[in-house]
Design a protein around this ligand. Structure first.
Ligand code: PLP
Length: 435
Protein backbone atom coordinates (compact mmCIF):
# COMPACT_ATOMS: atom_id res chain seq x y z
CA UNK A 1 0.00 0.00 0.00
CA UNK A 2 1.26 3.49 -0.86
CA UNK A 3 1.03 6.09 1.85
CA UNK A 4 1.07 8.92 -0.70
CA UNK A 5 -2.00 10.58 -2.12
CA UNK A 6 -2.66 13.10 -4.87
CA UNK A 7 -5.63 14.34 -6.92
CA UNK A 8 -5.18 11.73 -9.62
CA UNK A 9 -5.65 8.06 -8.89
CA UNK A 10 -4.02 6.93 -12.16
CA UNK A 11 -1.31 4.37 -11.57
CA UNK A 12 2.04 5.65 -12.74
CA UNK A 13 5.46 4.07 -13.20
CA UNK A 14 8.08 4.64 -10.52
CA UNK A 15 10.70 7.15 -11.62
CA UNK A 16 14.27 5.96 -11.48
CA UNK A 17 16.42 8.57 -13.21
CA UNK A 18 16.21 11.39 -15.72
CA UNK A 19 18.59 13.10 -18.10
CA UNK A 20 18.00 15.76 -20.72
CA UNK A 21 14.48 15.35 -22.10
CA UNK A 22 14.28 11.67 -21.07
CA UNK A 23 13.07 9.92 -17.92
CA UNK A 24 13.50 6.24 -17.06
CA UNK A 25 11.23 4.22 -14.83
CA UNK A 26 12.34 1.46 -12.48
CA UNK A 27 11.77 -1.14 -15.21
CA UNK A 28 14.19 0.63 -17.53
CA UNK A 29 11.53 2.07 -19.84
CA UNK A 30 12.53 5.42 -21.34
CA UNK A 31 9.92 8.18 -21.54
CA UNK A 32 10.13 11.50 -23.36
CA UNK A 33 9.27 14.35 -21.02
CA UNK A 34 7.08 16.03 -23.60
CA UNK A 35 5.59 18.45 -21.09
CA UNK A 36 8.64 19.14 -18.89
CA UNK A 37 6.58 17.65 -16.07
CA UNK A 38 4.05 20.41 -15.50
CA UNK A 39 6.01 22.84 -17.70
CA UNK A 40 8.76 22.92 -15.08
CA UNK A 41 11.91 21.12 -16.26
CA UNK A 42 12.75 23.87 -18.72
CA UNK A 43 16.44 23.09 -19.16
CA UNK A 44 16.01 19.34 -19.03
CA UNK A 45 16.97 16.91 -16.30
CA UNK A 46 20.31 16.39 -14.54
CA UNK A 47 22.03 19.39 -16.09
CA UNK A 48 25.68 18.99 -14.96
CA UNK A 49 26.29 22.71 -14.40
CA UNK A 50 23.21 23.06 -12.19
CA UNK A 51 24.07 19.94 -10.22
CA UNK A 52 27.63 21.20 -9.73
CA UNK A 53 26.39 24.59 -8.52
CA UNK A 54 24.02 22.89 -6.10
CA UNK A 55 26.75 20.57 -4.81
CA UNK A 56 29.13 23.49 -4.31
CA UNK A 57 26.48 25.45 -2.43
CA UNK A 58 25.57 22.43 -0.29
CA UNK A 59 29.17 22.20 0.85
CA UNK A 60 28.93 25.79 2.09
CA UNK A 61 25.41 26.20 3.49
CA UNK A 62 21.96 24.99 2.61
CA UNK A 63 19.84 27.27 4.75
CA UNK A 64 20.19 30.71 6.21
CA UNK A 65 16.99 32.30 7.43
CA UNK A 66 16.36 35.45 5.44
CA UNK A 67 15.78 37.59 8.53
CA UNK A 68 19.14 36.51 9.93
CA UNK A 69 21.42 36.48 6.89
CA UNK A 70 21.83 37.87 3.42
CA UNK A 71 23.28 35.26 1.08
CA UNK A 72 25.51 35.61 -1.95
CA UNK A 73 23.38 33.31 -4.16
CA UNK A 74 20.26 35.26 -3.11
CA UNK A 75 21.82 38.63 -4.01
CA UNK A 76 23.26 37.29 -7.26
CA UNK A 77 20.01 35.66 -8.34
CA UNK A 78 17.95 38.77 -7.55
CA UNK A 79 20.36 40.86 -9.64
CA UNK A 80 20.15 38.37 -12.51
CA UNK A 81 16.34 38.30 -12.43
CA UNK A 82 16.14 42.10 -12.33
CA UNK A 83 18.50 42.26 -15.32
CA UNK A 84 16.35 39.81 -17.28
CA UNK A 85 13.08 41.60 -16.46
CA UNK A 86 12.02 44.80 -18.24
CA UNK A 87 13.43 48.04 -16.85
CA UNK A 88 11.60 49.11 -13.72
CA UNK A 89 10.90 45.62 -12.39
CA UNK A 90 13.90 45.60 -10.12
CA UNK A 91 12.92 44.30 -6.69
CA UNK A 92 12.79 40.54 -6.25
CA UNK A 93 10.99 38.70 -3.46
CA UNK A 94 11.76 34.98 -3.40
CA UNK A 95 9.25 32.26 -2.64
CA UNK A 96 9.13 28.50 -3.15
CA UNK A 97 6.44 28.08 -5.78
CA UNK A 98 3.83 29.58 -8.06
CA UNK A 99 0.94 29.88 -5.62
CA UNK A 100 3.24 31.64 -3.17
CA UNK A 101 4.37 34.03 -5.90
CA UNK A 102 0.75 34.89 -6.75
CA UNK A 103 -0.21 35.31 -3.09
CA UNK A 104 2.80 37.58 -2.63
CA UNK A 105 1.85 39.70 -5.63
CA UNK A 106 -1.72 40.19 -4.43
CA UNK A 107 -0.60 41.03 -0.89
CA UNK A 108 2.07 43.49 -2.03
CA UNK A 109 -0.48 45.17 -4.29
CA UNK A 110 -2.91 45.44 -1.39
CA UNK A 111 -0.34 46.82 1.03
CA UNK A 112 0.74 49.36 -1.54
CA UNK A 113 -2.86 50.51 -1.98
CA UNK A 114 -3.27 50.91 1.77
CA UNK A 115 0.00 52.80 2.07
CA UNK A 116 -1.00 55.26 -0.63
CA UNK A 117 -4.35 55.92 1.04
CA UNK A 118 -6.52 53.73 -1.19
CA UNK A 119 -7.69 51.17 1.33
CA UNK A 120 -11.01 50.84 -0.54
CA UNK A 121 -9.18 48.94 -3.29
CA UNK A 122 -9.16 45.21 -2.65
CA UNK A 123 -10.80 43.40 -5.56
CA UNK A 124 -8.53 41.49 -7.88
CA UNK A 125 -10.18 40.90 -11.25
CA UNK A 126 -9.06 37.77 -13.08
CA UNK A 127 -10.15 35.70 -16.07
CA UNK A 128 -12.25 32.65 -16.65
CA UNK A 129 -10.87 30.10 -17.20
CA UNK A 130 -7.57 30.63 -15.45
CA UNK A 131 -5.32 28.97 -12.95
CA UNK A 132 -3.31 30.91 -10.41
CA UNK A 133 -2.60 28.34 -7.72
CA UNK A 134 -3.97 26.08 -5.05
CA UNK A 135 -3.81 28.18 -1.90
CA UNK A 136 -6.98 30.03 -0.93
CA UNK A 137 -5.86 33.48 -2.08
CA UNK A 138 -4.56 32.25 -5.41
CA UNK A 139 -7.62 30.03 -5.75
CA UNK A 140 -9.92 33.03 -5.25
CA UNK A 141 -8.63 34.49 -8.53
CA UNK A 142 -8.58 31.11 -10.25
CA UNK A 143 -11.37 30.58 -12.78
CA UNK A 144 -11.91 26.86 -12.77
CA UNK A 145 -14.98 25.64 -10.89
CA UNK A 146 -13.98 22.00 -10.38
CA UNK A 147 -11.02 23.19 -8.33
CA UNK A 148 -12.71 26.11 -6.60
CA UNK A 149 -16.29 24.97 -5.90
CA UNK A 150 -15.83 23.16 -2.58
CA UNK A 151 -13.85 26.07 -1.19
CA UNK A 152 -16.02 28.99 -2.30
CA UNK A 153 -17.54 29.59 1.16
CA UNK A 154 -14.01 29.96 2.49
CA UNK A 155 -12.89 32.52 -0.09
CA UNK A 156 -13.69 36.10 -1.01
CA UNK A 157 -15.53 36.06 -4.36
CA UNK A 158 -13.31 37.90 -6.84
CA UNK A 159 -14.74 39.24 -10.13
CA UNK A 160 -13.93 37.33 -13.33
CA UNK A 161 -14.01 38.31 -16.99
CA UNK A 162 -13.82 35.89 -19.94
CA UNK A 163 -10.38 34.91 -21.18
CA UNK A 164 -9.86 36.08 -24.78
CA UNK A 165 -10.57 32.73 -26.44
CA UNK A 166 -11.11 34.16 -29.90
CA UNK A 167 -10.75 30.70 -31.46
CA UNK A 168 -13.88 29.54 -29.62
CA UNK A 169 -15.86 32.71 -30.20
CA UNK A 170 -15.27 32.62 -33.95
CA UNK A 171 -13.30 35.88 -33.87
CA UNK A 172 -10.18 36.75 -35.81
CA UNK A 173 -7.12 36.78 -33.54
CA UNK A 174 -5.33 39.13 -35.92
CA UNK A 175 -8.09 41.72 -36.04
CA UNK A 176 -7.39 44.56 -33.57
CA UNK A 177 -11.16 44.77 -32.98
CA UNK A 178 -10.96 41.32 -31.35
CA UNK A 179 -8.32 42.40 -28.84
CA UNK A 180 -10.32 45.56 -28.15
CA UNK A 181 -13.50 43.50 -27.67
CA UNK A 182 -12.01 41.36 -24.89
CA UNK A 183 -10.11 44.25 -23.27
CA UNK A 184 -13.39 46.21 -23.14
CA UNK A 185 -14.71 43.48 -20.84
CA UNK A 186 -12.05 44.44 -18.32
CA UNK A 187 -13.03 48.09 -18.48
CA UNK A 188 -16.72 47.22 -18.12
CA UNK A 189 -15.95 45.03 -15.10
CA UNK A 190 -13.88 47.75 -13.45
CA UNK A 191 -16.72 50.22 -13.96
CA UNK A 192 -19.32 47.74 -12.70
CA UNK A 193 -17.32 47.06 -9.54
CA UNK A 194 -16.50 50.74 -9.00
CA UNK A 195 -12.91 51.62 -9.93
CA UNK A 196 -12.20 52.80 -6.38
CA UNK A 197 -12.69 49.20 -5.18
CA UNK A 198 -10.49 47.53 -7.77
CA UNK A 199 -6.95 46.76 -6.67
CA UNK A 200 -5.53 44.75 -9.56
CA UNK A 201 -6.08 42.67 -12.66
CA UNK A 202 -4.20 39.39 -12.87
CA UNK A 203 -3.78 37.30 -15.99
CA UNK A 204 -1.41 34.92 -17.77
CA UNK A 205 0.15 36.60 -20.84
CA UNK A 206 0.45 33.20 -22.52
CA UNK A 207 -2.07 30.92 -20.88
CA UNK A 208 -1.00 27.89 -18.95
CA UNK A 209 -2.82 24.67 -18.25
CA UNK A 210 -6.21 26.34 -17.79
CA UNK A 211 -6.53 27.71 -21.31
CA UNK A 212 -3.97 25.50 -23.04
CA UNK A 213 -1.31 28.00 -24.09
CA UNK A 214 -3.84 30.68 -25.00
CA UNK A 215 -2.24 33.54 -26.92
CA UNK A 216 -4.09 36.86 -26.67
CA UNK A 217 -5.44 38.52 -29.82
CA UNK A 218 -3.66 41.47 -31.39
CA UNK A 219 -3.81 44.60 -29.26
CA UNK A 220 -5.21 42.89 -26.15
CA UNK A 221 -2.10 43.09 -24.00
CA UNK A 222 -1.51 46.79 -24.73
CA UNK A 223 -5.19 47.66 -24.26
CA UNK A 224 -5.28 45.89 -20.88
CA UNK A 225 -2.23 47.88 -19.77
CA UNK A 226 -3.89 51.13 -20.82
CA UNK A 227 -7.16 50.31 -19.06
CA UNK A 228 -5.33 49.44 -15.84
CA UNK A 229 -3.45 52.75 -16.01
CA UNK A 230 -6.64 54.68 -16.71
CA UNK A 231 -8.30 53.43 -13.52
CA UNK A 232 -5.24 53.16 -11.25
CA UNK A 233 -5.57 49.37 -11.25
CA UNK A 234 -2.32 47.44 -10.79
CA UNK A 235 -1.50 44.94 -13.53
CA UNK A 236 -0.16 41.59 -12.33
CA UNK A 237 1.24 39.16 -14.87
CA UNK A 238 1.13 35.58 -13.67
CA UNK A 239 4.13 34.20 -15.51
CA UNK A 240 4.50 31.18 -13.27
CA UNK A 241 4.35 29.01 -16.38
CA UNK A 242 5.09 31.41 -19.24
CA UNK A 243 8.04 33.11 -17.51
CA UNK A 244 11.60 31.87 -17.41
CA UNK A 245 12.25 31.71 -21.15
CA UNK A 246 9.94 28.97 -22.40
CA UNK A 247 8.05 31.30 -24.76
CA UNK A 248 11.30 32.48 -26.35
CA UNK A 249 11.63 35.60 -24.23
CA UNK A 250 12.25 35.77 -20.48
CA UNK A 251 8.67 36.86 -19.81
CA UNK A 252 5.56 36.30 -21.88
CA UNK A 253 4.75 40.01 -21.57
CA UNK A 254 8.02 40.75 -23.42
CA UNK A 255 6.48 39.30 -26.58
CA UNK A 256 4.21 42.34 -26.66
CA UNK A 257 6.54 44.79 -24.93
CA UNK A 258 4.05 45.15 -22.09
CA UNK A 259 5.43 45.75 -18.60
CA UNK A 260 3.20 44.81 -15.67
CA UNK A 261 3.34 46.39 -12.22
CA UNK A 262 4.11 43.03 -10.62
CA UNK A 263 5.13 39.72 -12.11
CA UNK A 264 5.00 36.23 -10.58
CA UNK A 265 7.43 33.55 -11.80
CA UNK A 266 8.20 30.01 -10.68
CA UNK A 267 8.14 26.61 -12.47
CA UNK A 268 10.98 26.99 -15.04
CA UNK A 269 12.83 29.30 -12.64
CA UNK A 270 13.81 26.42 -10.35
CA UNK A 271 13.41 24.19 -13.43
CA UNK A 272 12.68 21.10 -11.36
CA UNK A 273 15.95 21.28 -9.44
CA UNK A 274 14.52 23.13 -6.44
CA UNK A 275 11.20 24.62 -5.38
CA UNK A 276 11.68 28.27 -6.32
CA UNK A 277 9.59 31.22 -7.35
CA UNK A 278 9.68 34.97 -7.20
CA UNK A 279 7.56 38.06 -7.25
CA UNK A 280 9.22 40.96 -9.04
CA UNK A 281 8.00 44.50 -8.46
CA UNK A 282 9.20 48.06 -9.05
CA UNK A 283 11.21 50.00 -6.46
CA UNK A 284 8.57 52.72 -6.22
CA UNK A 285 6.05 50.21 -4.95
CA UNK A 286 8.37 48.20 -2.73
CA UNK A 287 10.03 51.28 -1.23
CA UNK A 288 6.65 52.77 -0.32
CA UNK A 289 5.62 49.58 1.45
CA UNK A 290 8.99 49.18 3.15
CA UNK A 291 8.92 52.79 4.35
CA UNK A 292 5.54 52.19 5.95
CA UNK A 293 6.74 49.30 8.08
CA UNK A 294 7.58 46.60 5.58
CA UNK A 295 5.91 43.86 3.56
CA UNK A 296 3.79 41.74 5.90
CA UNK A 297 4.47 38.47 4.18
CA UNK A 298 7.04 35.72 3.93
CA UNK A 299 7.59 32.00 3.75
CA UNK A 300 10.21 30.19 5.83
CA UNK A 301 12.13 28.59 2.97
CA UNK A 302 12.08 31.72 0.82
CA UNK A 303 15.40 32.69 -0.66
CA UNK A 304 17.36 29.84 0.87
CA UNK A 305 20.88 29.72 -0.55
CA UNK A 306 20.58 26.27 -2.07
CA UNK A 307 17.48 27.17 -4.08
CA UNK A 308 19.02 30.47 -5.13
CA UNK A 309 22.29 28.82 -6.23
CA UNK A 310 20.31 26.36 -8.33
CA UNK A 311 18.10 29.10 -9.79
CA UNK A 312 21.16 31.15 -10.68
CA UNK A 313 22.79 28.18 -12.41
CA UNK A 314 19.56 27.55 -14.35
CA UNK A 315 19.46 31.13 -15.63
CA UNK A 316 23.17 30.99 -16.49
CA UNK A 317 22.62 27.80 -18.51
CA UNK A 318 19.72 29.43 -20.33
CA UNK A 319 22.00 32.31 -21.28
CA UNK A 320 25.11 30.22 -22.04
CA UNK A 321 23.26 27.83 -24.36
CA UNK A 322 20.84 30.42 -25.79
CA UNK A 323 17.92 28.28 -24.68
CA UNK A 324 15.42 31.09 -25.17
CA UNK A 325 16.54 31.28 -28.79
CA UNK A 326 16.25 27.50 -29.03
CA UNK A 327 12.76 27.59 -27.51
CA UNK A 328 11.71 30.12 -30.16
CA UNK A 329 13.34 28.20 -33.05
CA UNK A 330 12.41 24.65 -32.08
CA UNK A 331 9.04 25.85 -30.82
CA UNK A 332 8.26 27.21 -34.30
CA UNK A 333 9.17 23.83 -35.83
CA UNK A 334 7.09 21.90 -33.31
CA UNK A 335 4.13 24.25 -33.73
CA UNK A 336 4.23 23.84 -37.51
CA UNK A 337 4.34 20.05 -37.09
CA UNK A 338 1.37 20.17 -34.69
CA UNK A 339 -0.55 22.40 -37.10
CA UNK A 340 0.13 19.92 -39.90
CA UNK A 341 -1.68 17.28 -37.80
CA UNK A 342 -4.88 19.24 -38.36
CA UNK A 343 -4.90 17.98 -41.97
CA UNK A 344 -4.64 14.40 -40.80
CA UNK A 345 -7.07 14.52 -37.89
CA UNK A 346 -10.35 16.39 -38.19
CA UNK A 347 -10.74 16.29 -34.43
CA UNK A 348 -7.87 18.70 -33.79
CA UNK A 349 -9.63 22.04 -33.66
CA UNK A 350 -6.84 24.40 -32.73
CA UNK A 351 -3.08 24.55 -32.26
CA UNK A 352 -1.70 27.51 -30.33
CA UNK A 353 1.06 28.85 -28.16
CA UNK A 354 4.41 30.62 -28.25
CA UNK A 355 7.91 29.17 -28.18
CA UNK A 356 7.77 25.83 -26.43
CA UNK A 357 4.54 26.59 -24.59
CA UNK A 358 2.26 24.88 -27.11
CA UNK A 359 -1.07 23.09 -27.07
CA UNK A 360 -3.63 21.48 -29.31
CA UNK A 361 -7.33 21.17 -28.62
CA UNK A 362 -9.64 18.35 -29.61
CA UNK A 363 -13.11 19.11 -30.94
CA UNK A 364 -16.10 17.17 -32.27
CA UNK A 365 -16.54 19.65 -35.11
CA UNK A 366 -13.96 22.13 -36.32
CA UNK A 367 -16.62 24.38 -37.85
CA UNK A 368 -18.54 24.89 -34.62
CA UNK A 369 -15.58 24.08 -32.34
CA UNK A 370 -17.99 21.94 -30.32
CA UNK A 371 -16.01 19.88 -27.82
CA UNK A 372 -15.82 16.11 -27.93
CA UNK A 373 -18.49 14.61 -25.68
CA UNK A 374 -17.20 14.28 -22.13
CA UNK A 375 -18.35 10.67 -22.17
CA UNK A 376 -15.58 9.93 -24.67
CA UNK A 377 -13.04 10.70 -21.96
CA UNK A 378 -10.70 11.94 -24.67
CA UNK A 379 -8.67 13.66 -22.02
CA UNK A 380 -7.73 10.46 -20.21
CA UNK A 381 -7.65 8.29 -23.30
CA UNK A 382 -5.15 10.32 -25.29
CA UNK A 383 -2.87 10.84 -22.31
CA UNK A 384 -2.84 7.08 -21.73
CA UNK A 385 -2.22 6.35 -25.42
CA UNK A 386 0.72 8.73 -25.36
CA UNK A 387 1.92 7.11 -22.14
CA UNK A 388 1.82 3.76 -23.89
CA UNK A 389 4.15 5.31 -26.50
CA UNK A 390 6.34 6.48 -23.62
CA UNK A 391 5.56 10.09 -24.37
CA UNK A 392 4.36 12.35 -21.59
CA UNK A 393 1.96 15.18 -22.51
CA UNK A 394 -0.11 17.34 -20.20
CA UNK A 395 -3.88 17.39 -20.49
CA UNK A 396 -6.60 19.61 -19.10
CA UNK A 397 -10.32 19.92 -19.61
CA UNK A 398 -11.40 23.53 -19.36
CA UNK A 399 -14.26 24.47 -21.67
CA UNK A 400 -17.42 25.88 -20.21
CA UNK A 401 -19.03 22.75 -18.78
CA UNK A 402 -15.52 21.34 -18.83
CA UNK A 403 -15.97 19.11 -21.83
CA UNK A 404 -13.15 20.63 -23.87
CA UNK A 405 -9.90 18.75 -24.02
CA UNK A 406 -6.55 20.33 -24.68
CA UNK A 407 -3.06 18.92 -24.48
CA UNK A 408 0.11 20.80 -23.79
CA UNK A 409 3.18 19.73 -25.72
CA UNK A 410 5.97 21.57 -23.95
CA UNK A 411 9.26 19.68 -23.99
CA UNK A 412 12.31 21.23 -22.32
CA UNK A 413 13.98 24.24 -23.95
CA UNK A 414 17.00 22.07 -24.85
CA UNK A 415 14.90 19.97 -27.26
CA UNK A 416 16.47 19.51 -30.69
CA UNK A 417 14.72 19.22 -34.05
CA UNK A 418 15.62 15.51 -34.13
CA UNK A 419 13.86 15.13 -30.80
CA UNK A 420 10.83 16.95 -32.21
CA UNK A 421 10.72 14.15 -34.81
CA UNK A 422 10.78 11.59 -32.00
CA UNK A 423 7.97 13.38 -30.15
CA UNK A 424 5.87 13.68 -33.30
CA UNK A 425 6.28 10.00 -34.21
CA UNK A 426 5.02 8.95 -30.81
CA UNK A 427 2.25 11.51 -30.75
CA UNK A 428 1.07 10.51 -34.23
CA UNK A 429 0.94 6.86 -33.22
CA UNK A 430 -1.11 7.80 -30.14
CA UNK A 431 -3.46 9.97 -32.23
CA UNK A 432 -3.84 7.20 -34.85
CA UNK A 433 -5.02 4.87 -32.13
CA UNK A 434 -7.28 7.56 -30.70
CA UNK A 435 -8.89 8.31 -34.09
N1 PLP B 1 0.02 30.22 -11.78
C1 PLP B 1 0.09 29.54 -12.94
C2 PLP B 1 -0.10 30.26 -14.24
C3 PLP B 1 0.35 28.16 -12.94
O1 PLP B 1 0.41 27.50 -14.10
C4 PLP B 1 0.53 27.51 -11.70
C5 PLP B 1 0.75 26.06 -11.64
O2 PLP B 1 0.43 25.32 -12.52
C6 PLP B 1 0.45 28.26 -10.52
C7 PLP B 1 0.21 29.61 -10.60
C8 PLP B 1 0.65 27.61 -9.18
O3 PLP B 1 1.97 27.21 -9.03
P1 PLP B 1 2.37 26.11 -7.93
O4 PLP B 1 1.74 24.83 -8.35
O5 PLP B 1 3.87 26.09 -8.00
O6 PLP B 1 1.90 26.60 -6.62
Amino acid sequence: MSHLFYLSTAKRPVLDRAEGIYMWDRDGRRFIDGSSGAMVSNIGHSNPAVLAAMRAQMEKSTFGYRLHFETEPGEALAAKVAALCPAGLDKVFFVSGGSEAVESAMKLARQYAVVRGQASRWKVISRFPSYHGSTLGALSVTGYDPLTDPFKPMMVAMPKIPAPRAYLDGLDMDDPATGAHYAAMLEAQILAEGPETVLAFIHEPVGGASTGALVPPVGYMQAVREICDKYGVLLIHDEVMSGGGRVGTFLGGDLWGVVPDIVAISKGFGAGYVPLGAMVAPSWMVDAVQAAGGFLHGHTYAGNPLACAAGLAVLEEIGRCDLMGNAARVGAVLKARLKALMQRYGFIGDVRGEGLLLAFELVADRETMAPLPAAMKAFDTLVELAYAEQLIIYARRTRGGYAGDHFLVCPPMITTEAQVDEIMEKLTRALDRFA
